[in-house]
Design a protein. Sequence first.
Length: 668
Amino acid sequence: MTTFQFRIGGVGPALDRARLCDAALADGKRHGEELPGLDDGQLLGVWPDELETNAVVRLAEAVGDAPTWDVQAATPPVAQKLGERARPQPLDLEIARHLQHLQHVCHRPRLHLRVEEERLPVSRARRTPVRAIAELVSHPGDWQHRTLRSIQPARVLARQSEDEWNLYENRVAARLVDHLLAYLARRLEELRRIREILDASRDHGDQLRSTSFHRAHRISVLWSSTLESKTEKDLGSTLARLDAAQHDLQALLDAPLYQRVPRRQGVAHALKATNILVNDLHYRKVAALWRAWVKHGHRPQETHAQRAERRQRDAAAWDRFVLHLVIRAFTSLGWVARENGAGRWIVTRPGSATVIVSVDRHGVVSLQATATLRLLPLCANFAGADGTALTRELEAWDAVEGEVAAVHVGAPADLADVDRATGWAFGQRTVLFPCSPWGIDSEERMARLLNGWLSRAAVPKYPVSIGVPGLTDLPGHWEWLRYQHTHLVALRAPDPHESAEARQWSTERARDLDTKAQQAKQARQATEIAPRAAVDKFQGFLRDLIPQLSGLGVCPVCGDRGIVEPRPGKMADGSDATWWATCACKSEWGLRPCKACGTRYRALSAQTGTDLAACATATPARDWPDKVIGRDVWAQPCSTGAEGQFCCPSCGACSSSGCVRCPLRSTA
C-alpha cells in the first residue's frame, strides 16, 4: 500500500480527499497526476509543462550543485541564456535552409504507378488484359446473355492504373511536417515568453505612467543584467522567421501528399538510404532536414521510470528556485546573511530582529523571527483547477502554526478570494503565491511578500517601555520620552544631542544620589535605595532603546533618514502609541491602528510618481498593487488607490470607511 507523507502535516495512509499537486510524497517521492491508482479529481492542479521545468533546471545548473547564499544573491532568478535562446538555433537554420524542398516534395511528389486487375462493368472497363476472354468464358456469372455466335458480357476483367502515394519517401515528408510543426510550437512559445520579459522590462512610455518609478528602475536593472543589448533585435528577427516557417508548414497540411499519406503510418528515426532519398535533389534535402530534427528537435519517448526520475529533478529544481527568490528578496531589502549549518542561515538588518532561514528535507523554506512563515514550493500549475476545492484545502492549512504560503508555477489560481490567490495573508491565512522563472517580476513580488511579513514579525515592539518605580526629577522637555505612573516609555530614538543629555543627566543624578547616600550613612540615617536603582535601570534602558528604535527613521524606499513623529496615545504603558515618518523622497511609513479590530500594524506609502487612484482603477484586481508599486508595501494599499489608506493585515478591513472595492476583492 502506498504511504503518503504530506510535506506539511505529517504522514497519512491515503489521499482521503482532493489534495494539492506535489503537496505529498508517495513512498518518499514527489509525484504528479501520473501516480498509478489515482482517480480523476484526487489531485488539484497538474505538473507544469516542460518550458517551465526546463527553465528552473537550467537555472539550478547555472548556480551549481551547492550554491552559497552570495552566489544565489548575485544570480538573477530568471530563465537563463535568454539572449542565446533568442537567436536562431541549429534546427531553426536548417528549417530556413531546406523548407522549400519539403514544400516541393509535398506539392510535386514522386509517385509509383500501381496496376490492378478486377472485374468491372463493361461501361467502366478501359483496358483489358489478354486473358480477359479466357476469364470471361470460365465465369458464366459475368455474362449478360448468350447468342449462337458469341457471348454478350455484363462484366469483364479490366486493368486499373492508380498513382501510389504511400511510398516510404513520401511518408518521411508527411511525418516531417508534423514533427516540425510540434517543434515550432514549442520554440515560438519560448520566444514569446522572452518577449514578455522584454515587454515587462521597458521603463519608458506608458509604463512610467502606470507603475512606480522605483519598481521600473529595479526591473530595468534586473533586465540589463539578464539580457544582452542585441536580444530584442535578434528576438524580432527570429520570431518573424519562425512565424513565417510555421505558416508555410501549416499550408502543407492541405498539400496533396499530406492528404493522401495515411496519418497513422510512422517512420523510424533512422532513415533508410533509398535511391530516391539519396539521388533525388529535393528528397535528399528532406532527408537532411529529417536528420537535423532527430538531432536537435526530437524528444525521446520516456518510460514510466524515466518520467518519475525527471519529475524528481524538476521538483528539486523548483524548490531551489523558490529558495533563490527568497535569497534575492532578502538581499534586495538590505538583509545580510551568514551560514549557520547546512540549509540554515542567520539573516540580520540594523533595527530589525534576527530572522532564521532554514530549508527542511522536503524543500519547505521556513522563516523564523517573532512569528513563523513557511514557504511550501509546489511544482504544480493550478490553471483550470476547481477553485472551491482549492480554497477548502487552503482553509485546512489555516490551522497550521504560523503562516503558510504555497508557492506554485504559473498564473494565479481561479479562486473567488483574489487576495488568497495572489499571496495576501490576512489573519495568518494560508495563501497561494504564483511565480515563474519566465516572470521578470517574480523576485519583486517575493520581496513584497517578505516585506509585509517582516514588517509584522521582525520589527522591535513599539514603543520600548519598562516599569521603573522611584524615578524622580526626570526633565519634562524630553518629548522623545514619557514617564507616567512608573511606566518609562521611549517614543523614538533620541538624536546624538538628546542621548548625550540623557546620559549626562543620569550620571549627575547617580552622583547626587550616591553623595546623599554617603552623607546619610555617615549620619547614620536611613536612605531610599529605589531612586538609585531607578537611575541604574534608566541607564540600561537608554542603552537598549537606541538599537531598537533607531530604524524607525530609515526610509524603507530610498534608505535616507526621515523625520519620525511619535503619537503617544492615552495609555500610560504606551500600548496604544503609534508613530509616522516622512522622508525627503516624499515616502511615508509608520504604525497605525485598525479601526475595526484595534490591531496596530505597520504601513508604507511609497512615493511612486504616478496617479495611484487612476492606476488602481485601470489595474486588474489580481495585479494590484504588484504591477504598480512592487515590493514597496507593508500592509496592502486600498484597492481604490486612495492615499494613506490600507487594509489591516489582521482582519483585512480597509482603513477607508467609505471604500467599497476592498470588500469586493474576495469576489473579484
